[in-house]
Design a protein around this ligand. Structure first.
Ligand code: BG6
Length: 487
């Protein structure tokens, strides 16, 4: 049988299994919030356009709103995200919307939700709410019978350290079977990131060099040229390490570092990824450089003496047979010089320096994640002439990938269908927290840096033994496009 989609299956179900049929309603807790406005309504509209959303959509919030207000908010959100090309799909989505107002601690809210669900028996409950409310809502669903045959989709961050992640997992699993819990990391729904898995295991040339014998180091940068954008209060409780490194960047590490899955099924992928997190050497304070952009303390909701990091660079080791001794450098920050994400896997130099211009770090594989997906392989080639002198060139295997479905569209459709392939499993989440846990509270102070820079200079010292940071550079195509628009 030919298979183009890895099948869904999750590991530890504690003997219980969730529904096998797709969800027959979508409940959005936090429907009036920021995330719903920025990401969720546009994703629902896209799902409606593709015919993937033919069930009631029930917004729940504590805003004392009316259904008309929620509809208006949904419409505004979809308009802001882009042109409304399919008015019929929009109208259909708006007519599917229902609204329940109430406190998540009050049983009456869940009773009202039960009524709003009508005949639906297999709802998918999506928690787009502040993390401290996850447990309250999950327990509320459990005690009111709304978890039976249901699924729960939990936003990130899943926990704020190892202990709280374990606690949340225990609460979630006391109410839902593991195969009905969908922990979202929207990076897993990005084409460029799915392509890392595909590229690694659909090709045979990579595997012989994909290890400590040939790889000198790996760098991953997720840079943003904007600040916390009004999310100061959230950021104060998170910081860069919790906000994007322990989840988004670690997921990329896992896909790059994992061993080949033993069989064609997502259970195998989940297991291999979990092993990578388990092999991560727990971070120590000297492995981490924290930074804070000048002006952060003036943001709304931020303490005047805040030490929360808006930039974080770290050196990580994966103590496995494949990766022993290879440093992984991860870096992310707000208010940096560019908005881009990319991975550079640097290969070791040739064993002998036969040419004067051969330098370390010449061969690498670059996966550009955003703003455009690209995969490039760098190598040196000789210039014409008598001298043995050459240039480094990038061979593009992929230069752009238009037409990508937004990650939330993909992930919500998958969760409603019961496909857990692009979600994170309990053991992986906990192992990822275990790797960062020692430095969450014990760390060096954040160094100030100027907005528009590449972060504090101390980050350069962190990597110095293995070279320097590779700042994300536009692809050939992006350069040409920039040139065309500025000419
Ligand atoms: C979110 C973080 O999870 O990811 C944000 O909370 C960050 O702070 C965002 O900006 C980055 O996602 P993307 O898809 O824009 O790269």
């Amino acid at each position: 049988m030919k298979r183009t989609r890895l099948e869904s299956e999750t590991g530890n179900t504690h003997g219980r299994r969730g529904p096998s049929l797709p969800a027959d309603a979508l409940v959005i807790f936090g429907a009036t919030g920021d995330l719903a406005h920025k990401m969720i309504f546009p994703a629902l509209y896209a799902m409606a356009r593709h015919g993937d959303l033919n069930v009631p959509v029930i917004g729940v919030a504590i805003e004392k709103w009316s259904l008309a207000q929620l509809r208006k908010r949904a419409q505004d959100s979809i308009r802001q995200a882009g042109k409304i090309a399919d008015k019929e799909a929009l109208d259909r989505l708006l007519s599917q919307l229902r609204y329940v107002d109430g406190d998540y601690n009050a049983p009456a809210t869940f009773t009202a939700l039960r009524q709003a669900l009508g005949d639906a028996r297999r709802p998918a409950h999506y928690l787009a709410i502040p993390p401290h409310l996850f447990a309250t809502v999950i327990q509320g669903l459990g005690t009111t019978g709304l978890a039976d045959q249901a699924r729960v989709i939990v936003e990130k961050p899943f926990g704020s350290n190892l202990a709280s992640a374990r606690e949340l997992n225990a609460i979630a699993q006391s109410v839902f079977p593991e195969d009905s819990i969908f922990r979202i990391d929207h990076y897993l729904g990005k084409e460029a990131i799915m392509n890392i898995l595909y590229f690694r295991f659909a090709n045979s040339f990579l595997e012989p060099i994909w290890n400590r014998n040939h790889v000198a180091s790996v760098q991953i940068t997720l840079a943003e040229d904007f600040g916390v954008k009004g999310r100061g209060a959230f950021y104060e409780s998170a910081g860069c390490l919790r906000d994007v490194i322990q989840n988004h960047l670690f997921q990329i590490v896992a896909l790059l570092a994992m061993d080949p899955p033993a069989y064609q099924g997502y259970g195998a992928v989940h297991s291999e990824k979990a092993k990578v997190f388990q092999a991560m050497r727990p971070l120590q304070p000297d492995d981490v450089v924290r930074g804070q952009y000048a002006g952060y303390r003036d943001e709304a909701g931020v303490a005047k003496d805040s030490d929360v990091e808006t930039f974080c660079a770290l050196r990580l080791f994966i103590d496995s047979w494949r990766w022993a001794g290879v440093p992984w450098y991860l870096r992310s920050g707000k208010c940096l010089a560019a908005t881009a994400a990319e991975v550079v896997v640097a290969l070791k130099p040739p064993p002998q320096k036969l040419f004067d211009d051969s330098v370390a770090g010449t061969n690498y594989l670059r996966f550009r994640i955003s703003p455009n997906a690209a995969v490039a392989l760098a190598a040196r080639v000789k210039r014409a002439g008598k001298e043995f002198v050459g240039d480094q060139r990038e061979l593009y295997l992929l230069e752009e990938q238009p037409g990508e479905d937004p990650p939330y569209q993909r992930l919500l459709s998958d969760a409603m269908a019961g496909n857990g392939a692009l979600f994170t499993r309990e053991d992986a989440v906990e192992a990822a927290w275990a790797a960062v846990d020692p430095v969450l509270e014990t760390h060096h102070r954040a160094h100030p840096y100027q907005p528009g820079s590449w972060g504090p200079k101390q980050a350069d010292a962190l990597i110095a033994a293995d070279g320097s940071w590779h700042n994300p550079a536009p692809t050939r195509k992006e350069k040409n496009e920039n040139h065309a628009t500025t000419a």
